[in-house]
Ligand binder design. Structure first.
Ligand SMILES: C[S@@+](CC[C@H](N)C(=O)[O-])C[C@H]1O[C@@H](n2cnc3c(N)ncnc32)[C@H](O)[C@@H]1O
Length: 145
């Protein structure tokens, strides 16, 4: 993807880096965006990462965080899961492909609920947060420092 982007956007002044976010220094940023990535960071390290993002933003800077989210309780989680499975089937994926993807992500993709994500963002220091996108199990937050 990095090679692809470097080639595609060679005329733009954009740096594409392949780094582990845990080891990457964040400072003097106006916008930080994360699309379906924080859900892969170990839950025990997640708060430290959001704290680092808060610290790395300039005052008034924006953090866009889009994640797969769990439902607020078991019933809603079951409903969201069922709707998503039905959507995948309607898109032509087989039952075996759906189960195999779900098995491959077990213990790797660890979504938090909406509240879990908002708690992370607020504990880091953000006071102004809204949901800017929500579709089934997918939600985008905008937090402004
Ligand atoms: C589901 S993909 C999302 C990719 C892209 N943001 C998008 O929306 O299409 C998850 C991404 O998280 C990245 N990722 C997972 N753990 C990471 C880490 N510790 N540091 C940096 N990136 C990480 C993976 O390399 C992968 O590209």
């Amino acid at each position: 993807m990095v090679q692809f982007c470097k080639k595609k956007y060679k005329k733009n002044k954009i740096n594409f880096l392949l780094k582990d976010i845990d080891k990457f220094k964040i400072s003097n940023c106006c916008i930080i965006s994360s699309f379906y990535t924080i859900q892969f960071i170990s839950p025990k390290k997640r708060q430290m990462l959001i704290n680092k993002i808060f610290k790395g933003l300039n005052w008034g800077g924006a953090f866009f965080m889009v994640e797969k989210v769990r439902g607020p309780d078991a019933r809603f989680q079951d409903m969201l899961n069922q709707v998503y499975i039905e959507y995948k089937l309607s898109q032509g994926f087989t039952e075996s492909q759906i189960i195999s993807k779900s098995k491959s992500l077990k213990g790797i993709l660890e979504p938090f609920s909406t509240k879990g994500n908002l708690d992370l963002i607020k504990r880091a220091g953000f006071k102004d947060v809204i949901t800017v996108f929500k579709y089934g199990s997918f939600e985008g937050f905008l937090a402004i420092k």
